[in-house]
Design a protein around this ligand. Sequence first.
Ligand SMILES: N[C@H](CCC[C@H](N)C(=O)O)C(=O)O
Length: 301
Amino acid sequence: MTMRLRFTKMQGAGNDFVVLDATRAPLDLSPAQYRFLADRRFGVGADQILIVGPAPTPDVDFGYRIVNADGGEVEHCGNGARCFVRYVQDAGLTTKNVVRVAVAGGVLELRALDDGRVTVDMGAPIIEPAQVPFDASGLRARELNGGALWTIDVADSANERPVELAVVSMGNPHAVMNIAQFDTQDVDAAPVAELGPKVEAHPRFPRRVNAGFMQIVSPAEIRLRVYERGVGETLACGTGACAAVVAGVRLGWLRAGAQIGVHTRGGLLTIEWGGGASDPVLMTGPATRVFEGEIELPATI
Ligand SMILES: N[C@H](CCC[C@H](N)C(=O)O)C(=O)O
């Protein structure tokens, strides 16, 4: 028994999505069915599944849900937000250029630009460790320029090793590491494959965490790789780029209020944050429709 499911494949800076339209009828798939859709051999293949729905409240235009490739539903997706607005415009679901959408992590305002990119007001970051959430019990932060760096022990292949990180939530949890601590100035040589999964699943992150590896190029430019919670390393992570800039500004490594160029493996994201706790993080980047299709989705997997 299968169901025929129409989908749109999209990508934002190489972070790729299967977009499902639930604006006309509810769509409630199982985690196993979401994993099937995300599977790059047996299904369509994607980092996340985006389910576009009707507005849950009068103050927004739409709602959308985000499911990681492992089938777990999450609070936020920055690259997905840009693809969402491209989708609803292309599908004729809106004629607006500024769209408000409700996600589990909050309400986003999205602006489609004339050059094809999209700017997302990602809201203010959450920097209180307990709200990330991060268990800081028994730890003492290293204060730097008003920001905080935490050292946790991570079991790598050989033994336990200390890893220094900043913690930020954009509605979803992020750990940001400066790669200089790994004796390299090249993010391509950072130990993402080895340490990414260990940090993602570290017990001090009760909801797991997205692990960002940041190379500071200048006060207005970074290179970033992210081992995403529930996926693994992706070519880009929008909320990860926002979290890295927030951490970098707070720690004095990046310039507050500047347009920070975030070079990811999939393309350039531009992030701006004024540095105030209530200042919104603004992210601008690409959003591309790749193809549309149909798939026979097994009713039970
Ligand atoms: N893996 C993330 C969700 C997707 C975030 C990323 N794709 C983005 O563009 O922000 C998490 O579990 O919080």
